[in-house]
Design a protein around this ligand. Sequence first.
Ligand code: SF4
Length: 485
Amino acid sequence: MYEFAVTPAITQLRRPGVTITEVASESLAEELDLAPNDRIVKVNGRSVRDYLDFRFQTAGETELTFLVRKSTGESLEIEFDRDEGEDLGLTFEQIVPRQCANECLFCFCKGNPEDARPSLFVRDEDIRLSFLYGNYTTLSSITDDEMNRIIEQRLTPQYVSVHATDLKTRAYLLGVDEKRADIFDKFQRLLDNGIEIHAQVVLCPEINDGKQLEKTLRDLAGHYPKVVSTAVVPVALTRYNTDERLTRVTPEFCRRTIQQVEKLQKEFRRTLGTTFAFLGDEIYLKGGVEIPSRRHYGNYPQIEDGVGMVRTFLHGFEKLLNGFQTEAKRLEAVGLARQYFRNSRTHPDARVPVTARAETTLPIERSRGKKLYGTILTGEMFAPILAEQIARYNALSGARLTVLAVPNTYFGGDVSVAGLLCGKDYLNVKDKIAGDFVIIPKHTIKSDEPILLDGMTFDELRSRFNVPVYADDMPAFFARLGSGK
Ligand code: SF4
């Protein structure tokens, strides 16, 4: 999910136009004397509300007129031509998110500690962020203007939190009346106009599970392929979610859900040719059930929602180790050949001696430079899987990497995923660090600002460790293991 900056939501609400934040050097925008803090208010006579309007109104246009409000307050019209497809070289402010009008039982905002970073308390419900970043909306309070905009500007796909197709259940979960919870007409209108939808169910035991879940998945699958996929993710309750109407997700509940949904998945594969209903990774991990194969996930339509991430990781790791093994074989062959020729010179009839093999032990270590010696921090849920893979890597490369499962004491409750680890959680395990460095998951740091979920800056975190702290995403992590640096 995209987490936006909270400041623009407060300071820039309802200002017309879109503000430029950067102008690329030697770009067309620079030639036109556009500068950071200028606002583009109209394009070819049409008002611009945000970056998406700007993109829509300039797309494919070669003759353009901008009405620009300069940061000095002066307004001017700029008329110009550009080549087809020529980039203007502009970067814009973030979109100011629209807020939701729901009171969901399980809302993550209710599960935040008081001192969590402010952006975690913003209840966004924005079709633009849904289109741009895959954020879910409930469509419950969407206006006609927004509906028209989705259709006119082809903001497809949209990501919709359905939770349950039974109206009573949906209204109960969203904390709104049934009239507001009823999105059937809107949903249908989007589908009729060619807007694709990825649906989501936040699974709450004893509310929208069992028969309710089956009904929801069948109803949604009835709209396939316009409803492209559905993600079923478990409700995650922190220690601050104390609503008695909510029941915590247990390993037994996960296993039962897997069994139930597997039957439907088989049916959907047979009738639709796709798994269609995907269970979140957390359900498999918590239930202690093996993660499905790559084929199960197809093109990973809901990976941003934590569906298929573990399989992607395991696949990437397998490729990394295969690469090592191939290289090991090549080096071993080279070593054996060298040894053979050395021996041949002294003993023409000598066969390749067994000792030649000893010389090629851990060939990767020699070929990739220094061995990695450090600690990888991750959430308690993913730690056993990561530790297993790292043990294979260590055995093959001679590295000394340790995986440390970090308890989430900041949010507490059922929260054990890596993505919600905080600065304080990392500091709690500081004394258990072994080696020359620490790696933390990059997605625990805000994407546009080096700050963790509890408000600690990345700089502060680093200053509290005696060894360098690296924040790696998956590609960077694999690159580090691959290069041994
Ligand atoms: S839609 Fe529900 S879960 Fe999402 S922000 Fe609003 S109240 Fe919270």
